[in-house]
Design a binder for this molecule. Structure first.
Ligand SMILES: [Zn+2]
Length: 428
């Protein structure tokens, strides 16, 4: 299904379904000019998304030899079908920070390191293993593709249309949003959403994602914007009102987390909800990511003259730093703040603290862990109780809780206490 969202410049929205996903849909935008077309984001690498996206592109009759793709960030619902564009020889653009982050992350190991961190922050092993099977970001990651990177404030020209790329870190380390300054149109990707609040996670090597995010929101608030085009769902209000709401939401969440720690830091651990899951006895699920070098496709650079030419970003040889390089998809993040490699023994859970025969990381730890904090704060989950959250939602809630906890620790509002590789939080 395609919808015209702007007549001049001509911008279409292709409605891409995201089945079994609370985001519901991706808005893939297409900017059409006489000089060429730019598609912004794709949907997951799964049949329903492929059908919707390519159905829309066909409906619009796009000439693929004059069409490029812009991937705003590394999440699979945005880049899942980038491989389709690579196969068809379309240039693919991505922000250089996001590209660098993907290349520097060890994709094969990244999920495991994040699981180890979540375990050390109190997430029960059963919850960890459940989400690993269900996580759509892992299941529907893209096939290999090659990108040309663009810098912050670089301008992509489509005929006389100027598209400014803005590095707006927070939701991911290098997310880029696109701005048509003359037309005052802003493609906000997942940086500003209206029906839902963008998830602010933690990332390896980037412990300040929430502070980055709030700074990026304030930067966008300074731009003249007439029309905002978000990557999911609808727009209900002007972008300035929405940015203020989102900033306020994070202030409230910080306050609620601080209050939860203060009120519950001395509660006995074993009476808490969420700690009743069985220990993980089988090996942790394996990362479905690549184990072999992936083939690279070179971005077409010259003869057929791609219609979209970013300023000062010539296609470079595959593998060359900063240029066109095969992207290892969906390098999910992250450990931070003194995480140790490897989780504690897989069959050891917080619940076993008092009976564990071997040294248990939760023995003697005072305060409240991040998982318990997450289980006590307010989530907009349609009235569902924490215990009934789907595993993937728990995963996002945990990551979001951690980004707020680290923010409070950075500012000296909370203490993060380590005991044998397990972490908990207290007021100073
Ligand atoms: Zn995203």
């Amino acid at each position: 299904m395609v919808t015209l969202v702007s007549e001049n410049p001509k911008i279409w929205n292709i409605h891409v379904r995201l089945p079994q996903n609370p985001l519901k849909n991706l808005n893939a935008y297409v900017i059409c000019t006489d000089a060429g077309n730019l598609v912004i984001d794709t949907g997951f690498n799964r049949d329903e998304c492929r059908e919707d996206l390519w159905g829309g592109i066909e409906e619009l009759g796009l000439d693929l030899s004059r069409t490029a793709l812009f991937v705003t960030h590394l999440h699979s619902d945005h880049c899942g079908l980038a491989g389709d564009f690579a196969q068809r020889g379309c240039p693919i653009y991505m922000g250089e920070e996001e590209h660098r982050y993907i290349m520097e992350s060890d994709a094969a190991d990244a999920w495991h390191r994040l699981e180890a961190l979540f375990y050390s922050e109190g997430m029960p092993p059963g919850t960890l293993s459940n989400q690993a099977d269900e996580n759509q970001a892992r299941k529907y990651a893209p096939a290999p593709y090659t990108v040309t990177t663009v810098k912050d404030h670089e301008v992509i020209r489509l005929g006389d249309l100027e598209i400014t790329c803005l590095h707006t870190p927070g939701h991911t380390p290098g997310i880029m949003t696109l701005y048509l300054a003359r037309e005052q149109v802003y493609f906000s990707s997942d940086h500003v959403l209206f029906d839902i609040t963008p998830n602010i996670a933690i990332w390896h090597g980037i412990p300040h994602s929430l502070a980055d995010y709030m700074d990026s929101l304030r930067a966008v608030r300074d731009l003249p914007i007439r029309m905002t085009l978000p990557a999911h769902r609808q727009v209900h209000e002007d972008v300035y009102t929405r940015i203020d709401e989102i900033l306020h939401h994070h202030d409230e969440r910080l306050e609620e987390i601080y209050r939860t720690v203060k009120e519950r830091q001395d509660e006995p651990r074993l009476t808490e909800p969420g700690l009743t899951e069985p220990g993980l006895t089988e090996p942790r699920p394996t990362e479905p990511g690549p184990t072999e070098p992936r083939p690279t496709l070179t971005t077409p650079g010259t003869p057929s003259a791609p219609a979209v030419t970013p300023n000062a970003a010539p296609a470079r040889a595959p593998g060359e730093r900063g240029g066109s390089t095969a992207v290892t998809p969906d390098a999910a993040p992250a450990h931070a703040l003194g995480e140790k490699d490897g989780a504690p023994a897989a069959d050891c859970t917080p619940k076993c603290a008092s009976v564990c025969a071997v040294a248990c990381p939760w023995d003697g730890l005072s305060g409240i862990d991040a998982y318990r904090i997450a289980s006590h704060i307010t989530w907009s989950a349609g009235g569902r109780a924490w215990e009934t959250f789907p595993p993937t939602q728990i995963w996002f809630a945990m990551s979001e809780t951690l980004s707020h906890l680290y923010y409070l620790v950075d500012r000296g509002k909370l203490l993060r206490i380590e005991h044998d590789g397990a972490f908990s939080y207290r007021t100073p």
